[in-house]
Write a protein that binds this ligand. Structure first.
Ligand code: HEC
Length: 224
């Protein structure tokens, strides 16, 4: 038993010395890397040369016509508070009603930018891009994600959501709610209001009274 222990002890000692014993020594050779892990990554480092591009530069000037999010065509950062859809695509962290949907301590009602056909069209476009995957294009909550297991998507046509003030819907878009993520970082402030206006339009569309329908529309519905 003692003999086994001794030989084991000597083996461990040898292993420790061979691994750690010469660590103070300086080598001039390239170290042997048994597992290089991620020491060498083929990536571009800012302000460094790179052999990947023919001019050996890592950084490159922007391709003409590139517009970063939140900038206009002239490369100027856009300010919020301008009711001009083309120009106002900014993100802010201000505390005004327009930026939070909150008035004092409660959600406010009303859309703080002019609602016109262009705004609704913009809202439809943004809604179809960002919301319809879950809430579907009619707002009914039967988007494609349902087929993949996201079963609890709220219907935006629900009386409960219809009764919410505009500011609350704005806030849901900005911050998310329970299993719904926040869309504040990806949708600019005025675009969020455009989506709110469009959600209102979706709700109204589904609540049209029968007597307001044209005879043709009525006939078409009765056929179904
Ligand atoms: C990834 C899926 C997904 C996307 C995309 C999404 N939502 Fe939702 N949304 C949900 C789910 C899930 C709920 C229900 C959350 C819960 O359990 O309360 C919800 C709830 C809501 C509610 C109701 C909140 C409440 O008070 O109960 C509103 C309003 C809403 N979403 C609006 C939007 C709008 C507008 C967009 C687009 C900007 C959007 N959602 C994008 C999944 C999504």
């Amino acid at each position: 038993m003692v003999r086994y222990f001794l030989s084991f002890f000597v083996l461990v000692l040898l292993a420790v010395v061979s691994m750690a014993g010469f660590r103070g020594q300086k080598f001039t050779n390239t170290p042997l890397q048994v597992t290089p892990d991620m020491k060498h990554q083929p990536k571009v480092i800012t302000q460094h040369a790179s052999g990947f591009f023919s001019d050996n530069r890592g950084d490159h000037p922007l391709i003409p016509g590139t517009i970063p999010v939140g900038y206009n065509l002239a490369g100027r950062y856009l300010q919020s508070g301008v009711n001009n859809l083309a120009a106002d695509s900014a993100f802010t962290s201000e505390l005004s009603y327009k930026d939070t949907g909150i008035m004092g301590d409660v959600y406010g009602n009303g859309i703080p930018i002019a609602v016109d056909a262009a705004l609704l069209e913009r809202g439809r476009e943004r809604y179809d891009i960002y919301c319809s995957v879950c809430h579907d294009r009619t707002g009914g909550g039967n988007g494609i994600t349902k087929a993949y297991g996201l079963a609890t998507v709220a219907s935006l046509i629900d009386d409960r959501i219809q009764a919410q003030p505009d500011g609350q819907i704005f806030s849901t878009i900005t911050n998310g709610k329970n299993t719904m993520g926040a869309y504040g970082p990806s949708i600019a402030v005025s675009d969020r209001w455009a989506v709110v206006a469009y959600v209102r339009a979706l709700q109204k569309r589904q609540a049209v009274k029968a007597e307001l329908l044209s005879p043709e529309a009525k006939a078409q519905l009765e056929k179904k």
